[in-house]
Design a binder for this molecule. Structure first.
Ligand code: ATP
Length: 381
């Protein structure tokens, strides 16, 4: 297997800069997920690694070898696309073995590798079928199998599960994780799906407009986002953001004023900001609480506009007067639900909230998630 190392990678189409200087180290055997909004350059970078796109500037190193000018077929890489692109006139076995046949691998070895890949993917019973007699999930497994038989050093996946329905996506995701454990291969995976990113990635790379915003484990990115972009990108519903004014701070927490005049505290080190600064408070829906018995002046009043019952949890959307967006609150579904039009009192858990400056950079949280307190008494969530 192989490591992949990108140094100062840039890509331009004419005068349009699509990748704007990317540095990234992917260790041998690592499962790395690329995420980011549509058009941020994830697929382009994957295609650069595969050798399907030229590099405008920078160095691509695969397995310790500068590979900028190495032909795609010589890179030891196999790519699995969203569209399965199987040959319709060939059987599953022929589809699986086709690349090996082209490479003039001896027939008995082709048969052995096809059999092994089919066993890993549990499609041995489908080898004589043609693609039109397969389900979407089975076709995608054949597409993955075509990559496996080539014994690549590096697997590249470009949204491989996005054509599958939710249940099948979940199942195939689990199988991909197993495949990674079994093959111990380096895998780079592009997805739009948060759950895929969080569950599959040992490392997640968040892209935005052709550059990397942050690289980290799923937990690091979720709990220690470096900026508002990353904080808002991972998590569903996304983190709530509210415009606030800094009123003051001591060594433990900053006090801020919300648009409706209510105050909130955030355990963050705001020493680089001045009192009166315009900041953004960030709180994930699971870290906002609806206080049932709020004392006078406690919490933040908000008017409920919508309650979504999701079976296990409930999402309450409430409007804080003067705020640009509604605040989403995730709470237990068995809690007595508020109704649209009710005024509720929200509390932002100071130990799980964030403050961002006007450039979107986070102020260092003065909390450690592992030791964060659990939900206080009197709360519904
Ligand atoms: N051949 C090309 N010529 C010009 N621009 C291109 C070309 N290919 C891609 N682009 C542009 O490069 C940018 C990045 O595209 P890319 O497909 O890498 O994005 P992406 O992050 O994978 O998006 P998505 O999630 O929608 O697939 C886009 O703005 C796209 O329009």
């Amino acid at each position: 297997m192989a490591s992949v190392c990108l140094r100062g990678i840039k890509k331009q189409y004419g005068s349009t800069s699509v990748i704007k200087g990317v540095d990234l180290d992917i260790a041998d055997g690592e499962f790395v997920v690329f995420v980011g909004p549509s058009g941020c350059g994830k697929s382009t970078l994957l295609r650069i690694i595969a050798g399907l796109e030229d590099i405008t500037e920078g160095t691509l190193d695969i397995g310790g070898k500068v590979s900028n000018d190495v032909a795609p077929a010589e890179r030891g890489i196999a790519m699995v696309f969203q569209s399965y692109a199987l040959y319709p006139h060939m059987t599953v076995a022929e589809n699986l073995g086709f690349a090996l046949k082209l490479a003039k691998v001896p027939k008995p070895e082709i048969a052995a590798r096809v059999e092994k890949a089919a066993a890993i993917l549990q499609i041995g019973h489908l080898l004589d079928r043609r693609p039109n007699a397969l389900s979407g999930g089975q076709r995608q497994r054949v597409a993955i199998g075509r990559a496996i038989v080539r014994k690549p050093e590096v697997f590249l996946f470009d949204e491989p599960l996005s054509n599958l329905d939710a249940a099948l996506r979940g199942q195939t995701r689990v199988e991909l994780a197993r495949l990674h454990r079994e093959l111990k291969a380096t895998m780079i995976y592009v997805t739009h799906d948060q759950v895929e990113a969080m569950t599959l990635g040992q490392k997640i790379v968040v892209f935005n407009a052709g550059h990397i915003e942050q690289v980290g484990t799923p937990l690091e990115l979720y709990e220690r986002p470096v900026n508002k972009f990353v904080a808002g990108f991972l998590g569903s519903p996304r983190m709530n953001f509210l415009d606030v004014t800094l009123l003051g701070a001591d060594e433990r927490a900053a006090t801020v004023r919300l648009p409706n005049g209510a105050e909130a505290q955030v355990a963050a080190d705001v020493s680089r900001a001045a009192v009166g600064a315009s900041l953004t408070l960030g709180a994930r829906p699971e870290h906002v609480i609806i206080l049932r018995h709020a004392a006078d002046g406690e919490g933040v009043p908000a008017v409920v506009s919508l309650v979504e019952y999701l079976g296990d949890v409930m999402l309450v959307y409430a409007q804080v007067e003067g705020a640009r967006e509604m605040v989403a609150v995730k709470c237990d579904a068995d809690a007595a639900p508020p109704a649209a039009g009710d005024t509720v009192t929200l509390a932002f858990q100071p130990m799980r909230a964030y403050l961002f400056d006007s450039d979107g950079r986070v102020f260092p949280p003065a909390w450690n998630a592992a030791s964060a307190p659990s939900t206080p008494a009197g709360a519904t969530a």
